[in-house]
Ligand binder design. Sequence first.
Ligand code: SF4
Length: 239
Amino acid sequence: MVTGPSGPSLSESDAYLPLSGLQHVVFCERQAALIHIERVWQENLATVQGQIVHQRVDQPGRDHRRGLRVARAVPLVSHRLRVTGIADTVEFRKEPGGGETPCPVEFKRGPARPRLADQVQLCAQALCLEEQHARPVLQGALFYDASHRRVPIEFTTELRAATLQAAQRFHTLVAQKRVPRASPAPHCRACSLEPLCLPLLSAHPERTTAYIARLFADLGEDAIPKTTDSEDPEVRRAR
Ligand code: SF4
């Protein structure tokens, strides 16, 4: 049992999950399972560059610019999606009728290239802000450090549906504690877990088993480890 942000004890399948996992699920379910179930992590150049970009914006604080109130490292929660997280930056625009409308802005490394996984992550932040501020959040932005470009993202019905579906898939995956088989694809080249996932091998475990069997067959009897006198007789009998 674990404790959710709303206080009471929750069963594991009801637990709140990290919002960042939605991005992993959309990118690759196996990657999401390796990170959030197996707790596997591996840095590469891209992940380190991403951390440097976030170190600049992840310092909690607030600011005012061009008529906006800007908050950094904003805590987020959605009881509908059962996720928690932190938004890099949220801009609050004053509305003529009173109150403020939030607009999440997520920083990304590299040139402007708004992938669906990043848009789903941003949309999940918007859904959290809608719940927390009880007002519609219709637009956010992805800011790319290499091109210094800010790409506006509309939270359309389709993007909202994709985000809810990603949250559902993420909860199911974690509840089942199942790491899906790899589906090798071009995006594996950009995945920091590629050296641990071994997508070509893990996509076809039966081929790996057959290869190892052939290897021992080629090497002959001598290659198979011998039993020792100290070995349990039960184990010897079982061989
Ligand atoms: S290497 Fe490919 S299959 Fe493996 S976790 Fe990464 S994206 Fe998924």
